[in-house]
Design a binder for this molecule. Structure first.
Ligand code: IMP
Length: 432
């Protein structure tokens, strides 16, 4: 066997906070220069909002690269594919005139998320003493089935008998589990959703591909590939604020296992951070604001969940978390988003460390429960009080905004490659 050929660039875009960093916009901008865009983890819990002209698209499963016409958009094996939601999104895009036929492929190895996973998710949250605040999309139970080696994969959809048998087993197991949780089920709704899922079996089988092989071959032809992460580093199953995390590895290494390429195929890792911090769902947020400021930032930044509509909690930029994210993801660059949201503030703070039990902590701690009581060590920056939305080069920014970005870069240790200053595609500063 010879050495691997191929000179295409393979870039991972990864969230470096608690999700909702604006990855959809960054992926949308980068998709211009690539041939293939692939999702590598998560499912319909993600919500990527992209503005094209006056239109808004919220994508939950299909990569936002689809909005660019002739890109190939893949869902890798690391994704849990919600069959009903997937085709709802797929068909809605088609109805809005977006070309989907021939552009979307799903991994043969991806696990299917079925209606009972959602029921189980909600039931286990309802019965839990310590609630995670999940999106209720069935993500945890679907990954549990995968790790428990009882999941149904896209590859199983090609065989109607096997699919039916596995589905019957899945439903039976879910019913037993729900009985144990003492939860009642809306039988009619579940049956209806199962019937709708059965009807989609043939359609998903038609879209099935080996994503690792397809991406590897694209790179070998010199094509460029974008691997799109969902959620963020602090929601990673291993490196986040466990147990207040999602059920997959969101970090960059998962882009290789979650699509089926070797890690040495990845050439760039772009970390996305919002110029401040938000979190939706439960768990610690060390830089969280007091209620009045929280409200103000939520309004300024439109910080409501794209998937659930829940209000996001807001706080100052947390450089301890960003540094942790830079290290565990091996960032080669940083994209700072929503800088313009800070334009009207008199003072802007950022967190350089935590006080925990009288000690100064500068590395993101593994003990999530200790983090609940962490006091942020904050550094104050004067607000620039001027619009940044028209800036297209760093030099166009007010000096205060540049100083703030320089400090983020210094504390994070990754070079700034992009700054987003508004929701539109054109509102972006590219560096270098
Ligand atoms: P799950 O992924 O639905 O199981 O939810 C687990 C945690 O991850 C909860 O705190 C959710 O609010 C959070 N979460 C999941 N997806 C996203 C996302 O796309 N953005 C922000 N938070 C998310």
């Amino acid at each position: 066997m010879g050495q691997r050929s191929g000179s295409g660039r393979c870039t991972v875009v990864v969230g470096c906070q608690w999700g909702d960093e604006g990855k959809g916009k960054i992926v949308d901008v980068l998709a211009e220069g690539v041939d293939v865009v692939a999702r590598y983890q998560g499912g319909a819990n993600a919500g990527h909002t992209v503005h094209v002209g006056d239109e808004e698209f919220i994508l939950h499963q299909i990569p936002s690269g689809i909005l660019h016409g002739d890109r190939r958009c893949l869902l890798g094996n690391g994704v849990v594919l919600d069959l009903l939601q997937f085709f709802e999104e797929h068909d809605a895009l088609r109805e809005r005139g977006i070309e989907v036929d021939g552009h979307v492929g799903v991994s043969l190895r991806a696990h299917l998320l079925l209606p009972y996973h959602r029921v189980l998710d909600r039931a286990s949250e309802a019965g839990a003493r310590e609630k995670i605040g999940t999106t209720g999309r069935g993500i945890g139970p679907a990954y549990e089935d995968k790790a428990g080696r009882r999941g149904i994969r896209v590859a199983d959809a090609a065989d109607s008998h096997r699919f039916e048998a596995l589905l019957a087993e899945g439903v039976q197991r879910a019913r037993l589990h729900l009985e144990r949780l003492d939860q009642t089920v809306d039988e009619a709704a579940l049956e209806e959703a199962l019937e709708a899922s059965r009807a989609l079996r043939g359609r998903i089988a038609e879209l099935a591909v080996d994503t690792g092989l397809e991406i590897d071959r694209a790179l070998a032809r010199g094509e460029n590939v974008l691997l799109e992460g969902a959620q963020g580093t602090a929601l990673d199953l291993d490196h986040g604020t466990y147990p207040f995390v999602t059920s997959s590895n969101t970090t960059a290494a998962a882009a290789a296992t979650g699509t089926g390429i070797g890690p040495t195929r990845i050439t760039d890792v772009l970390g996305v951070v919002k110029a401040y911090t938000t979190r939706v769902g439960n768990g610690p947020l060390p830089t969280g604001f007091d209620p009045a400021m929280d409200e103000r930032m939520r309004e300024l930044g439109g910080e409501f969940g794209a998937t659930t509509g829940r209000p996001r909690r807001c706080g100052w930029f947390d450089a301890v978390l960003a540094r942790h994210a830079a290290r565990v993801n091996g960032l080669t660059g940083l994209a700072v988003t929503k800088l313009d949201v800070l334009d009207s503030l008199d003072e802007i703070q950022l967190c350089t460390g935590y006080r925990m039990g009288g000690e100064l902590v500068e590395e993101f701690p593994a003990d999530t429960f200790g983090l609940e009581d962490a006091q942020p060590v904050l550094e104050s920056h004067p607000g620039w009080k001027a619009p940044t939305t028209e800036a297209r080069r760093l030099e166009d920014l007010p000096s205060g905004a540049r100083a703030y970005l320089d400090r983020i870069e210094e504390l994070t240790g990754a070079p700034t490659r992009m700054v987003s200053v508004g929701t539109r595609r054109s509102q972006i500063i590219r560096v270098g």
